[in-house]
Design a protein around this ligand. Sequence first.
Ligand code: UFG
Length: 323
Amino acid sequence: MKTILVTGGAGYIGSHTVKQLINNGYKCIVLDNLIYGHREAVLTPYFEISDLMDKNSLDKIFSKYQIDSVVHFAAFAYVGESVHSPKKYYENNVIGTLNLLDVMLKHNVKNMVFSSTCATYGEPKYIPIDELHPQRPINPYGRSKLIVEEILEDYHHSYDLRYISLRYFNAAGCSKDNDIGESHSPETHLIPLVLKAIIDQNKPIKIFGSDYDTPDGTCIRDYIHVEDLAVAHQLALEKLDDYSGCINLGTGIGTSVNEIIKAAESITGKICPIEYTQRREGDPAKLFATNEKAKRILGWIPKYNDIRDILSTAWSWEINRKY
Ligand code: UFG
């Protein structure tokens, strides 16, 4: 049985990946500082409360377990906050990763799947975005992830690190059996906010801009189900011997903010109160992926291609949430 260290395994995508790996015969060790993660989301008995800034603690974890590979999620991920507090993002996301890599190499662990983001591309020059699209992030969060991608490529050449950086588009939905789900504090993501507005009819969802150059004037994104992301992490782990590099994870389908709201109304049978406001700084009009490389290299095919199916899992979590 392979042993995988999952940093940030108490977070949204991390916890779903742990579930996927455990269900497929892996032993998972979760490392999380619980600043944003949830204890209830940790589905493995092997849980270490630790922080990537604490190298001694990392060293102890690598001594305690025979780790084969690392799936590295632990990071701060609020785009807006990163603009106001870049130091926090560069320290945690970049220096934290360097600490992790140092300890990995010391213990001769040379396999990593890294949680990257479409935010490394910045303002799109063309759509759909492939992996060769120029990477010019427009905020410190995106830059912190791009810096790590580049560090991994250098470590691959110099220290024989095998890595795959997975660039997610918009993660959405939750585990079908509702044991884990999406719970951010503060919540800034569209889908949970739309569902919350449907539940509490007094708090409308603010639509950030309706004058974009898109068919209905609202922004278009590529919403990818978190369980599809989780499967891709397992496939990436199993591909590390043959391939190192970067891979997009999206459905290739663009959905507008208005389409999300209409689909949410249709699956809940309730009206979503809305309020049009001005554009949010740094939001591109359209972002969606081509996932050809993920299909070719990983053999990955997303199962959730209908936004209503993704929203149904998110809705069922929202009305039964455990944390
Ligand atoms: N939106 C609203 N109202 C809200 C929240 C969002 O209209 O209250 C809109 C946004 O303008 C955007 C879309 O809904 O067009 C999706 O917004 P999210 O905040 O849910 O997601 P983002 O596309 O901004 O963010 C995602 C990831 C980030 C990543 C970013 C890269 O969650 O981690 O893509 O652009 F950095």
